[in-house]
Write a protein that binds this ligand. Sequence first.
Ligand code: ATP
Ligand code: MG
Length: 394
Amino acid sequence: MKEIILAKVGEVVLKGLNRKNFEDLLIKNIRRKLHPLGAFEVKASQSTIRITPLDDDIDMDEAAEKVSKVFGVVAYCRACAVEKDMEKIKAAAVEYLSDVLEDARSFKVESKRSDKKFPFGSPEISKIVGSHIADSFPELEVDVHTPEVTVTVEVRDMAAYVHANALPGAGGLPIPSGGRAAILISGGIDSPVAAYMMAKRGVELTAIHFASPPYTSERAEEKVRTLLELVSDYAGRIEMYTVPFTQIQEEIKKNCPEDLFTIIMRRMMMRVSEKIAREHECLALITGESLGQVASQTLGAIACTDETVTMPVFRPLIGMDKKEIVAISEKINTFETSLLPYEDCCTVFTPRHPRTKPKQDMVRRAESSVQWDEMIEQAAKNAKVTVIYPKDSA
Ligand code: ATP
Ligand code: MG
């Protein structure tokens, strides 16, 4: 019995004339994701992508796990591929799905026949397979309205496929259909989630991290790399730029009023990030800010930060509560790493009483005694690049 994976394509099918491009990207991403496991054939037919292992010893649990992390797949299931022969289909349904059917209370069978030469129509296939399952599992009830398990039989060109309920996929759109953007990444809980959310909409990520040695340590940077590795399990390869930020922070401390340290620092971060972003063909900046979470994330503070750049700044977490953000970080497995207690440059020189409603002209005046341009230029130029891959793809 040969096992394959069927991946259901989501919004991609709505893309009209672009559909082919989206589908090609999705196929390429699935291939790339599965590559470390062995050889597969990955082919689209209607709104389904059929993933067939070509080697005998491929771990299909791992393959399914990998497919579950590819954006653009709304649902997926493992299926058994059999010859288009009614007896073989019946046997496969009972054998292949025995674990699921043994544990279930109710079921129904749905059939699709795209090979019109197959001698049985869809209702007939469902009836025959359904009564064979009912005979084999006497405890199991038929429920056509709300069955626990829906057994699906698909009779296609090359073979028939039998499977049970599909599982939810990663959703979203295939990368890089959404273009490229730069995520400002810290070691916190929020920014890896923001990165994931934009990648989900098809955005290819470049990461920018500000480090202020000796106030921040090599271990803090290592933590950010680990977080990005976890994000890249969904987002694919990520280039990370680590920006030397010490000089700018020290100048802020020396020359600016304490209650505006954080807001001015964030303005500098934006300016350096925009330079790096432009250089690497990013169309937007992304941050992990959520409205009102801290003083630098009030509407007033955000207006002060954004006026320093012309590029769009996306904050996918802006309307989310911490609890909702944590739920996603647990799902994508970044939560525990984010909790490791290393310092971030944002926590160096934090004001005792940060201003929560800074005014733009007040902030501009407060930073006007320093010539920042050259320092910003140098920080962007001296950023050091590392390439991040998902852990198991090396
Ligand atoms: P996070 O959990 O993402 O650290 P936070 O609630 O701690 O967020 P802040 O420290 O105010 O919030 O940072 C807000 C946003 O600024 C972060 O989500 C991130 O996008 C960016 N940021 C903060 N520190 C850094 C850094 N060292 N390098 C790059 N970006 C940063
Ligand atoms: Mg932070």
